[in-house]
Design a protein around this ligand. Structure first.
Ligand SMILES: Cc1cc2nc3c(=O)[nH]c(=O)nc-3n(C[C@H](O)[C@H](O)[C@H](O)COP(=O)(O)OP(=O)(O)OC[C@H]3O[C@@H](n4cnc5c(N)ncnc54)[C@H](O)[C@@H]3O)c2cc1C
Length: 458
């Protein structure tokens, strides 16, 4: 098949290197303001699974590697590769079956759209924390979303997936149909050996109330804040998300501290009484000396998304890395020290202390790396001339964490480092994933970060 035949076969646009508009298409694949110097020969905007099949078959016949692109939100920009990129962003059909409490979502459906549509029916899903991230790569990498203490990792709420394999076939994978592909589709992320064209989701009840409280402290109080968070999470119900956000002081507090830690507790409760009782338990342990506190704010999903959006402005340059740890004290102290030394004022870090049960028993899927606490460092800056110092900052923050890190979360790991992908799985899961890659993609059609170092980070 030549390129003209491909253009006639697929419903969506086909852009080749040299076409007018190529650079806009290439750069538009990524949410990150940083656009690494990788240049796909062809970008196929898929409108349906048939387009994905045609693109995959074309690539296989023409010796091109394939990279799927959901929303281009991966901080390491891994969906942008040489070869052929299949852009799934327009495949955003969403169907909700209220009776069966299931939804089918195309890969392009965003977190905020899914949450809003489910809210109308009194239903919910462990959507991710950022509005514009689509389910595509979010679910494939695991999905560490809202209320994960109670609802679990998002991919463990997936009932089945539709997948285009390297031979161009379209299959369904679930617990009973192609179970080993289903095992991999829940957590493999960029290491997956196919393209997911649809997710079927099991839904949850919408909490009656979602209440958020924020206590802000000078960052040098991090140890006291961590002791409070860890002790509190041991006595709270699992439907509370307790996160420490370490950053430059927000403007109202800037005359009282240079850097702050905001302890943010979001309660997903079945009643107002339950939310109030939970908040009272949290508040009773709060360290003295908060610079500010806002308690019990009503924060339905759309409000949560507006709040989180302020931390991740569009158009900035980003680099990130993550760690799971069994030592929250060391994790939070390490991230606080890193944030104190950040070269960019917009850079921040967060750490979540999970409910004790959350990391104890998880279903057997490719998502296999988890711990009692999670930490993420986000370098955010504006100008390419500051790239080197910000990459160095992320790497140093991770080196600091090496002694207490259990491993990484592939959805937000620094995948420019070849060892990161492997470190995002348990040893057994990684071995199984590699053997499935050999079985289902023997020619290595799909890009995978662990197989080869990516080109220039850019
Ligand atoms: C601002 C921001 C906030 C975030 N918050 C969270 C959060 O709260 N929780 C969380 O878990 N993660 C979070 N993430 C990480 C995010 O979930 C992952 O980066 C995810 O991969 C983004 O999905 P995407 O479709 O945009 O991926 P892309 O960047 O498009 O792709 C990432 C990788 O996945 C592969 N891929 C994507 N879709 C498919 C598919 N359908 N089939 C096969 N391969 C595919 C790509 O080939 C690529 O290797 C956040 C990211 C950002 C930028």
């Amino acid at each position: 098949m030549d390129i003209d035949a491909l253009k006639q076969t697929v419903r969506g646009a086909v852009t080749t290197r040299g076409d007018a508009g190529y650079e806009g298409t290439r750069a538009g694949l990524l949410w990150n303001g940083r656009k690494p110097e990788r240049y796909p020969e062809i970008v196929v905007k898929a409108m349906d699974a048939g387009d994905v099949q045609a693109a995959v078959r074309f690539a296989a016949r023409n010796g091109l590697r394939v990279s799927a692109r959901g929303g281009g939100h991966n901080f390491s920009c891994v969906s942008l590769q040489d070869g052929l990129v299949v852009d799934l962003g327009a495949m955003d059909r969403l169907g909700i079956d209220v009776e069966k409490r299931t939804a089918t979502a195309g890969p392009g459906v965003t977190n905020s759209r899914l949450a809003a549509a489910l809210t109308e029916h009194g239903l919910a899903f462990p959507v991710g924390h950022c509005a514009s991230v689509p389910v595509s790569g979010y679910l494939l990498g695991g999905g560490f979303g809202w209320n994960s203490g109670a609802w679990g990792i998002a991919c463990h709420n997936v009932a089945s997936v539709e997948v285009v394999l390297a031979d161009g076939s379209l299959i369904t994978a679930s617990e009973t149909e192609n179970p080993e592909i289903f095992w991999a589709a829940r957590g493999a992320g960029p290491e997956f050996f196919g393209i997911v064209t649809e997710y079927r989701l099991r839904l949850q009840d919408l909490p009656r109330t979602i209440r958020t409280s924020v206590w802000s402290y000078s960052l040098d109080r991090i140890d006291a804040v961590e002791r409070w968070m860890s002790a509190t999470m041991r006595i709270l119900p699992s439907n509370v998300e307790f996160t420490a956000v370490m950053s430059s002081a927000p403007p109202p507090l800037a005359d009282r501290a240079a850097k702050t830690v905001a302890a943010v507790a979001t309660i997903f409760a079945a009643s107002e009484e339950e939310a109030a009782a939970t908040l009272a338990k949290i508040q009773s342990g709060a360290p003295e000396g908060a610079l500010a506190a806002q308690l019990g704010m009503e924060t339905p999903f759309d409000v949560l998304y507006r709040i989180i959006g302020q931390f991740f402005p569009e158009g900035r340059r980003y680099a990130a890395d993550t760690h799971w740890s069994a030592d929250p004290a060391a994790l939070l102290r390490g991230l606080a020290d890193s944030v104190s030394a950040a070269p960019s004022p917009e850079t921040f870090a967060l750490a979540v202390v999970l409910p004790p049960t959350a990391s104890q028993a998880i279903p057997d899927t490719a998502f296999s790396m988890i711990g009692p606490a999670f930490g993420a460092a986000y370098a955010i800056w504006r100008d390419s001339k500051n790239d080197a110092e910000n990459f160095t900052w992320v790497r140093q923050a991770s080196e600091r964490a090496a002694s207490y890190s259990l491993g990484h979360y592939i959805g937000e790991a620094d995948l420019d480092l070849p060892e990161r992908a492997r470190g995002s799985f348990s040893a057994a899961a990684y071995a199984r994933l590699c053997s499935l890659q050999r079985k289902y993609d023997p020619a290595g059609l799909f890009h995978r970060p662990a197989r080869e170092p990516l080109k220039k980070a850019g």
